[in-house]
Write a protein that binds this ligand. Sequence first.
Ligand SMILES: [Zn+2]
Length: 299
Amino acid sequence: MPELPEVEVVRRGLETWVVGRTIAHVEVTHERAVRRHLAGPLDFADTLVGSRVHAAMRRGKYLWLPLVAPGAEEPEDALLAHLGMSGQLLVEQPETPRQKHLHVRLTFTDGGNELRFVDQRTFGGLAVERGGATLPPSMAHIARDPLDPLFDDVLFHAALRRRNTEVKRALLDQSLISGIGNIYADEALWRSKLHGARPTGKLTLAQTTLLLASVRDVMTDALAVGGTSFDSLYVNVNGESGYFSRDLDAYGREDQPCNRCATAIRRVSFMNRSSYFCPACQRPPRLSAAAGRPAPQQH
Ligand SMILES: [Zn+2]
């Protein structure tokens, strides 16, 4: 799954290349790509044609383009993009040959570059959500992401204390904080010197603050080099991959020396995936033998 930095890279591309333009024609070549548009592909295309793209918005890993309908002044509906595992939004010249997995093609009234949705594994898709310009209703349950200026650190800390789960599990919970996946969770925990199994109910405000700062730092660093690409599927709208995979400190580095203390990075199974951490820098929570519960920690 692309995480926040990879999706933000795409959002910035859409902002540069697509915002302000009016959709001329919509071609759906693979109906599965618009399956979330329940009224069907024809309605999907009809709704989009003549609409002007007002902005490029993101919450966590989700993108949407608020649309101004023909004759209207304010945006009302929104074109949502779910990138899924392998979805790409590419800005291409009209004469560029069709990609093998091209599913949706949008052309614009200015006759310039097209917007193409290409998706190898077809988990992603596009849909128009009525009245979704400000915040699509299907995204209302998704928490603000840590780069959102309105993200509230103190409220997040209170929610962590209440939830009392493992800190890595909390970082992946899109209802608490959005946009963080396995890669950036491991990186932020490594930077914070926190083990992912630490109980959130015991975190101090200072630890939460450090964790959020680490999340923001790692995402900002990743954004600066275009995100993290492992299999060339996460690309910007010009089809270019990011370079952050070279700068990872924990993720994917099993048995390699920790960049801080040289101890070998360890990998453990976690939620059907892997967690990577430094066993020296990131001490596991102490278990009290009697209760099998994490022992109280100093605040
Ligand atoms: Zn270390």
